[in-house]
Design a protein around this ligand. Structure first.
Ligand code: NAD
Ligand code: HSE
Ligand code: NA
Length: 433
C-alpha cells in the first residue's frame, strides 16, 4: 500500500551520515514507501557548497537550509550537527507542525525541553534514535518498550571514537594520536574530536539517556564528565595486571537516599572493569549499553555506535516512523518528564576506586595508608602488595563510598612521605561491592 500522498523530506547536511541517508533513501525508495504507507520523497538537500557534490541529484541541492525548511516539506532530517543555526531551523520546522528527525546529541542534550515543547504544541514528531549509540535501537526501547517498567540504571559504552582508542591502547599498545586520526578517517569522530576524547559527546548522550530512563529533564551540564585524556599507559598496565580493562562509560543511576528521596546520578568517566565483564569485550567503534529495570531485570543493547551507514540506519528507521505517523494521522511518544527527579552532585554519588601506589617498603606503611582510608570512612575491599628492591607496589580497591570521600582520601595519600607515587587512580565498576 503506497498510494498515500508523498511525504516530502528536507535533508539538512550531507556529510558522513547525511550522504548515507541520501543513498539509502534513493536506493530503497520502493521498500520505504511500502513500509511508510506513502512514498518518502527527498524534496531537497541543504549542503554548504552545492558545486562540491557531483554524486547527488543536482536539482535537489541548495545552500539555503533555512529556505528549504520553510518550503513545502513535511519532515526535516537534520544531519549538520552543533547548536546554532540548527536550533532555530528545527524550532521553526516544529512550530509549523513539520516532524523532525535528528542525530544531533549536542543540541538535544541542551535544548530537548524547548524542542519537545515546540513539537508538542504543534502536534509534530521529534525523533532522535541516531543521537545515542548509532545504529542500536536504544531510545525507542526506553521511550516505548520500557514505558511500563521502572528503570534503575543505564550504563554503557556510548562513544565509538574513545572506545576505538582505548581498545587499541589495550590490545596493540598503539599510540593515542595515530588511533584518533584513524577514528576520524573512518567517520567515527565528531567534526571537533575533542568532543569525543574529552567526554562531551558521551556526556550529551548520558543526559539524553537519563532524561528518557528516569522521566526527568537532565542536560549535558548536569552530567559529571571526565574524558580519556588522563588515561595513561600506567593505567592500562595496572588494569591488565589485575585482570581488568579500561573503558569510558556513561553511567546513569536512580539513587535512593536513606530518607527514601530519589535523585539521578549521571556521569561519564574512565572505569576499570573485569576482563570477563560483557562490556570489556566491546571493541572498536562498537557500543553496548546495559539497562536495569525492576520487572525486566538486566537488558543489554549492542551494535555499531558510529559511522555513516550504521547511523543512517537509525535515521531511516525514525524517518519511516514519522512518515507512517503522518500517513495514519497519529503521533509518536511525547516528552515524558513527569518524575522531575533532581540531579545528584558527583561528590555524593557512591563509587568505588582502584588506587595503585608506589610506597616505601618498610613495616607499618600499609597500616598508615589504611588509616587514611578509615579516617575518610572509606572501607577497603582488597589490597595487593608486591615488593621491589626499595619500594613496594600497593594496589587498593575500595567498597562503595561517596565520590568526594574517595577523592579526598587519594589527595591525602598523595601527600604522605611514605608514598613515592600515586601510579594510577580509577573508578571500578562491574564487580561485587
Ligand atoms: N558520524 C557518526 O558516526 C555519527 C553518529 C551519530 C550521530 N552523529 C551526528 O550526526 C550529525 C552529523 O554528523 P556527521 O558525522 O555526518 O558530520 P559531518 O561533518 O560529516 O557532516 C555534516 C555536514 O553538514 C554540512 N554543513 C555544515 N553547515 C551547513 C549548512 N549551514 N548548511 C548545509 N550543510 C551544512 C557540512 O558541510 C558537512 O558536510 C552530528 O550531529 C553528529 O553528532 C554522527
Ligand atoms: N563521535 C561519535 C559518533 C556517534 O555518536 C562517536 O564516536 O561515538
Ligand atoms: Na541508537
Amino acid at each position: 500500500m503506497t498510494e498515500g500522498k508523498a511525504v516530502k523530506v528536507a535533508l539538512l547536511g550531507c556529510g558522513t551520515v547525511g550522504s548515507e541517508v541520501a543513498r539509502l533513501l534513493t536506493e530503497q525508495a520502493d521498500e520505504l514507501a511500502a513500509r511508510a504507507g506513502a512514498p518518502v520523497e527527498l524534496a531537497g538537500i541543504a549542503v554548504r557548497r552545492p558545486g562540491k557534490h557531483p554524486e547527488l541529484p543536482q536539482h535537489l541541492l541548495t545552500s539555503d537550509a533555512a529556505g528549504l525548511v520553510e518550503s513545502d516539506v513535511d519532515v526535516v532530517v537534520e544531519l549538520i550537527g552543533g547548536i546554532e543555526p540548527v536550533r532555530g531551523w528545527l524550532l521553526a520546522a516544529l512550530r509549523k507542525g513539520k516532524s523532525v528527525v535528528t542525530a544531533n546529541k549536542a543540541l538535544l542534550s541542551e535544548y530537548s525541553a524547548e524542542l519537545s515543547e515546540a513539537a508538542d504544541s504543534a502536534g509534530a514528531d521529534l525523533y532522535f534514535e541516531a543521537a545515542v549509540a548509532g545504529a542500536i535501537p536504544l531510545l525507542r526501547p526506553l521511550r516505548e518498550s520500557l514505558a511500563g517498567d521502572r528503570i534503575t540504571k543505564v550504563m554503557g559504552i556510548v562513544n565509538g571514537t574513545t572506545n576505538f582508542i582505548l581498545s587499541a591502547m589495550d590490545s596493540t599498545g598503539a599510540g593515542y594520536a595515530e588511533t584518533l586520526e584513524e577514528a576520524s578517517r573512518l567517520g567515527y569522530a565528531e567534526a571537533d574530536p575533542t568532543a569525543d576524547v574529552d567526554g562531551y559527546d558521551a556526556a550529551a548522550k548520558a543526559a539524553i539517556l537519563a532524561s528518557l530512563a528516569f522521566h526527568s529533564r537532565v542536560t549535558a551540564s548536569d552530567v559529571h564528565r571526565e574524558g580519556i585524556g588522563e588515561v595513561s599507559s600506567f593505567d592500562i598496565a595496572a588494569a591488565k595486571a589485575l585482570g581488568r580493562t579500561v573503558k569510558l562509560l556513561a553511567i546513569c543511576e536512580r539513587v535512593t537516599a536513606d530518607d527514601g528521596t530519589e535523585s539521578v546520578s549521571a556521569r561519564v568517566h574512565p572505569v576499570m572493569i573485569p576482563r570477563g565483564h560483557p562490556l570489556a569485550s566491546v571493541g572498536g567503534a562498537f557500543n553496548a549499553v546495559f539497562v536495569e529495570a525492576d520487572a525486566a531485570g538486566e537488558l543489554m543493547f549492542y551494535g555499531q555506535g558510529a559511522g555513516g551507514a550504521p547511523t543512517a540506519s537509525a535515521v531511516l528507521g525514525d524517518l519511516v516512523a514519522v512518515a507512517r505517523n503522518r500517513v495514519l494521522g497519529g503521533r509518536g511518544p511525547r516528552e515524558s518528564a513527569h518524575a522531575a527527579l533532581p540531579v545528584r552532585p558527583m561528590g555524593q554519588t557512591p563509587t568505588r576506586y582502584h588506587v595503585s601506589l608506589d610506597v616505601a617498603d618498610r613495616p607499618g606503611v600499609l597500616a598508615q595508608v589504611a588509616h587514611v582510608f578509615a579516617a575518610h570512612d572509606v572501607s577497603i575491599a582488597a589490597v595487593r602488595q608486591r615488593d621491589r628492591t626499595s619500594t613496594a607496589s600497593l594496589v587498593i580497591v575500595t567498597h562503595l563510598a561517596p565520590d568526594a570521600a574517595l577523592e579526598a582520601t587519594v589527595e591525602e595519600i598523595g601527600k604522605m612521605d611514605v608514598v613515592h607515587e600515586v601510579v594510577s587512580v580509577m573508578r571500578v565498576e562491574g564487580e561485587d561491592q
